[in-house]
Design a binder for this molecule. Structure first.
Ligand code: GLU
Length: 400
């Protein structure tokens, strides 16, 4: 994955004719914290990669995942650097992770892991230094625990050091929904550009967690036909459309989507190659590769997950004239609302739901239109355009 991101960057470096020194300044992480957490005699590798701070303090989530590794965290941190730059936020990029399967541990055990994690990084983070947030396998509860540990260790109140907190601990309304919501806002924009109609547009969504489920709900409420959704176990399919409100209730009660009345069971692989207008990978990275890219029938792919398409997979998709909305734009709703939360905490004010929605809507549409327009003018695909705009912003700040 890291190689893929670097390749994407190298393409831009060539267009902008960047020197080796400038390239290095953008590729190499500024700081890597690499440590191990112990729990009941077991060792869990953990990291915080502080990738780039040219535009402001490092910003990015912390994931708990059984397969995460330093290379992945480095790639995700680099994606954050480009994402915050593209979105015009006063942040740099960072990412953290612990190699653990959170589903196998109790709340108490995860609390211990979270507190230990903060003990290793607290001197390197802060509201103007590095601001973590949730990512895969972590949530607002974990942020609350981490902030609590941070405040204990530093002896001062600093809610702006973590975003994605519970509302009663300084969190912001709509943060939980923000990534899915932002992706849905962009989906609507692109549908408008193509003169499609919501009720005639079919969408398949892979992943029904925090990101996929909110995107599905918003798009369902806007009248789109959501023909397939999936979780880690399996997918469900109905060519006439699935009632997402009921599917959310069903999943809450049964824990899985499998068996939802009126749908046919499909695999996650089958979901990707369905006859649909829009495909939204909202689960994890590297799901569309050179092996399955040729089977994709959707005209538009919205990357709600980080890095769901490999470099080789993308080549095939672009050759087949697919429109790819890149992750650094499609899923930037999360970090954008994190920015509002950070502002809210620093100013000690509370933002209303209307204000958060309006500001998110404005930001997503603004940047989307800028990328769309530039892509038409420069005759380059949307990802290359988004990367180009982001890298230009970073390069402007480099002084040697
Ligand atoms: N983990 C999210 C992302 O990949 C959000 C990061 C944040 O809010 O800082 O963009």
């Amino acid at each position: 994955m890291l190689k893929d991101i670097i390749k994407k960057f190298e393409k831009i470096a060539k267009i902008l004719n960047l020197s080796e020194k400038v390239k290095k300044r953008i590729i190499e992480p500024e700081n890597i914290l690499d440590f191990k957490i112990e729990l009941n005699g077991k060792i869990f590798p953990a990291w915080r990669v502080q990738h780039n701070s040219l535009l402001g303090p490092y910003k990015g989530g912390i994931r708990f995942h059984p397969k995460t590794n330093l290379e992945e965290i480095k790639a995700l941190a680099m994606i954050m650097t480009f994402k915050t730059a593209l979105m015009d936020l006063p942040f740099g990029g960072g990412k953290g992770g612990v190699r653990i399967n959170p589903k196998e541990y109790s709340e108490e055990e995860l609390e211990k892991i979270s507190r230990d994690y903060v003990r290793f990084i607290y001197q390197n983070i802060g509201e103007n230094k590095d601001i973590p947030a949730p990512d895969m396998g972590t949530n607002e509860k974990i942020m609350e625990i981490m902030l609590n540990e941070y405040e204990k260790l530093t002896g001062k109140k600093s809610p702006a050091t973590f975003t994605g907190k519970p509302i009663e601990k300084g969190g912001i309304v709509l943060r939980k929904e923000a990534t899915g919501l932002g992706g849905a806002i962009i989906t609507e924009e692109i549908v408008k550009k193509l003169n499609w109609q919501a009720k005639k547009t079919k969408i398949a969504i892979q992943g029904f967690g925090n990101v996929g489920s909110y995107a599905a709900l918003y798009l369902f409420e806007k009248g789109f036909k959501i023909i397939a959704i999936s979780d880690s176990l399996s997918g469900i399919f109905n060519p006439e459309g699935i009632n997402i409100k009921e599917a959310i209730e069903y999943k809450k009660a049964i824990k899985y989507l499998k068996g939802f009345p009126g749908t046919e069971e499909i695999t996650n692989q089958q979901l990707l190659s369905l006859k649909t207008d829009i495909l939204i990978p909202a689960a994890t990275e590297n799901v569309i590769t050179k092996n399955n890219a040729k089977n994709i029938k959707a005209k538009i792919i919205i990357e709600l997950a980080n890095g769901p398409i490999t470099e080789a997979g993308e080549k095939i998709l672009l050759k087949n004239k697919k429109i790819i909305l890149p992750d650094i734009l499609a899923n930037a709703g999360g970090v954008t609302v994190s920015y509002f939360e950070w502002q809210q905490n620093k100013e000690n004010k509370i933002w209303s739901k209307e204000k958060v929605f309006q500001e998110l809507d404005k930001k997503m549409k603004n940047i989307f239109n800028k990328v769309w327009q530039t892509s038409l003018e420069e005759k380059i695909d949307l990802r290359t355009t988004a990367y180009l705009l982001a890298v230009k912003k970073l390069v402007e700040k480099i002084k040697f």
